[in-house]
Design a binder for this molecule. Structure first.
Ligand SMILES: *Cc1c(COP(=O)(O)O)cnc(C)c1O
Length: 566
């Protein structure tokens, strides 16, 4: 069954997490969804890729919310056999001086245009391994830094070896975030100079050759997002895989910094939006960080009613989303509004089924869903409850929220609790629903069914953000702080609206948000602004100007021409 995939050289795309489908809990948020979206676009574009990730049998976690509004974490165990095929090949890596065997599952991702891509899910749960080692690939982002380092050995070093054992020929390696940077060490070993050929002071490896093979995408300006390990730990785990002097030369003097390692091993490096690339260039002086703004695949994130509409008016939109630039002129307003009302009804039914709350179809719904963590500021909308109520008394609206906090992120968990308390305080004036267990299914319903997509991160920490792009495919305008992709996507009053300005002080953001809602966005929605049809014009602006550009087909075509072919 691998035969379909090993006859031509492929791009090996490494990611710690990947969102393949809703039933497979091998992702925690944006990074994993982007990895899945990358492979989905590669399938639609028939770009030969092979993705490598961990099987994460125990998943990330399922989120429940208790009566006090607190997050409760439940195991999200899944059965690989149900969705993937076990492969025969096995290889071993050395961890803490013993052999740890690694096998893999083959998941075949089917694109919507007939393309298929192989995904290898690495698994150490094999009879050959000690009980402790069998669990290395169980928990996504679980455990301590020893556990994480073992996972990164399996992903990076194990992944490269397994690809070779299976007969894959790899043209280029792509590290989606630094977690897989140890793959470069394995490549260095593959291209080591014979001992006699060395000149004093020279690294014993053909570094330029490895750099020519590697690409690295960095994903966050948040310091905690960059893995660092002590050299004591690294040496204990890796043994003499690569000598300490080389490691320090490539990964930093004080600690093994996976981002630095990836930067030094990759000739092509990029950030995930223009603003993020600028920030990364100042964070990592001496490196050239390109900008490839993220995108989302058209079919996956477009609701059924809009798919039908685009199929009718712009039949090739799925392969060539650039076609959507014509939406302004060639799709009637009524058809856009009808499709939106259908998507909104679907969301309203899902909300009722999941929470028992009945939202009103004629009242606008504001959506906010993403990882619950401090820099995303999910609480900004609730910063002044009296002001929020005053806005709602003038122009009624409803709010739907969703999002998980990482189990170790105490601040994120407090935010969830606080949001529930604030929702209670708004009862009777603003209906607020929190949908538990945010996942791809909920995201699909939300980005299509709400009327306005809200994003309020603390600048400059939103590297890109992709949920707002998903909204654009469904004609849902964004109201967002100017950070990440929105710096590029926002045309004020045309594709959506900005909260504050690009460099403004953060403490003014809440007031700017209330002002914009009260004076601009809601009056336009209700048609009080003297511009009948103005709202649908913005919906069309979101599609024609943003969905046509912020899609992962464009992103993959750029990776192909600028990174993979060089
Ligand atoms: C798209 C998506 C994300 C990422 O959203 P951001 O706007 O980038 O924060 C996270 N989780 C799920 C389930 C998604 O579908």
């Amino acid at each position: 069954m691998l035969d379909d995939f090993i006859h031509e050289p492929r791009i090996a795309y490494f990611s710690m997490e990947i969102a393949l489908r809703n039933e497979i809990p091998t992702y925690s948020g944006g990074l994993g969804v982007l990895a899945g979206d990358t492979v989905r676009s590669a399938a639609d574009l028939v770009l030969p890729l092979v993705a490598v990730s961990l099987v994460s049998r125990a998943g990330y976690f399922r989120q429940a919310i208790d009566a006090q509004g607190r997050q409760v974490e439940q195991a999200a165990v899944w059965e690989p056999r149900k969705w993937a095929k076990p492969l025969d090949a096995k290889i071993a890596v050395n961890i803490e001086g013993r052999a740890v065997w690694i096998g893999a599952w083959l998941y075949v991702l089917d694109g919507y245009l007939g393309g298929r891509q192989p995904v290898l899910l690495l698994d150490t749960d094999l009879d050959e391994n000690q009980p402790e080692d069998r669990e290395i690939t169980h928990y996504l982002y679980g455990g301590d830094d020893v556990y994480r380092f073992k996972q990164e050995i399996v992903l990076g070093i194990g992944g490269v070896r397994l690809l070779q054992a299976l007969g894959f020929r790899i043209r280029q390696y792509h590290m989606n975030e630094g977690h897989s940077a140890l793959l470069g060490l394995e490549l260095l070993r593959r291209y080591a100079y014979p001992p006699g050929d060395l000149r004093p002071g020279e690294l014993p490896y053909d570094l330029p050759r490895v750099r020519a093979l590697c690409n690295f995408t960095t994903h966050t300006p948040v310091e905690a997002g960059h893995d660092r390990f002590s050299y004591a730990l690294a040496q204990r785990m890796l043994g003499t895989t690569v000598e300490l002097a080389t490691l320090k030369h490539l990964a930093g003097e004080d600690s093994l910094n996976m981002t630095r390692l990836a930067l030094n091993l990759s000739e092509y490096v990029n950030g995930v939006a223009k603003r993020h690339a600028e920030i990364s260039n100042t964070m990592f002086p001496g490196y050239r960080v390109h900008a490839v703004t993220n995108g989302v695949p058209p079919f996956t994130w477009t609701s059924e009613p809009f798919r039908k509409l685009y199929d009718h008016y712009l039949p090739s939109w799925c392969h060539e989303p650039e076609q959507l630039v014509r939406v302004d002129c060639c799709i009637p307003d009524d058809a856009i509004w009808d499709a939106h009302l259908q998507a909104k009804q679907t969301l309203i039914e899902q909300v009722r089924a999941r929470t028992g709350v009945a939202l009103q179809p004629e009242v606008p719904i504001l959506g906010f869903a993403r990882r619950m963590t401090a820099y995303k500021r999910p609480d900004l909308l609730f910063a002044d409850l009296e002001r929020l109520k005053a806005v709602a008394r003038q122009h009624a609206f409803q709010i739907v929220l969703a999002g998980k906090a990482h189990p170790h992120d105490e601040g994120g968990k407090r935010l969830i609790e606080q949001l529930h308390a604030q929702a209670r305080a708004l009862e009777g004036v603003v209906p607020v629903v929190y949908l538990p267990d945010y996942d791809m299914d909920i995201a699909q319903a939300l980005v299509a069914g709400v009327d306005l997509w809200l994003n309020t991160p603390l600048r400059p920490f939103e590297a890109s953000g992709t949920s707002g792009m998903k909204a654009a495919f469904n004609g849902v305008p964004n109201l967002s702080v100017l950070d990440g992709w929105w710096v590029e996507g926002c045309i004020e009053g045309v594709t959506g609206w900005a909260i504050g300005n690009a460099v403004g002080a953060d403490d003014g953001d809440a007031r700017a948000l209330y002002d914009k809602l009260e004076q601009v966005v809601l009056p336009l929605y209700y048609g009080y602004s003297g511009d009948p049809g103005g709202w649908i014009k913005v919906m069309k602006g979101a599609i024609s100007k943003n969905a046509s550009y912020f899609n992962s087909h464009r992103m993959m075509r750029r990776y192909a021409t600028e990174a993979y072919i060089r």
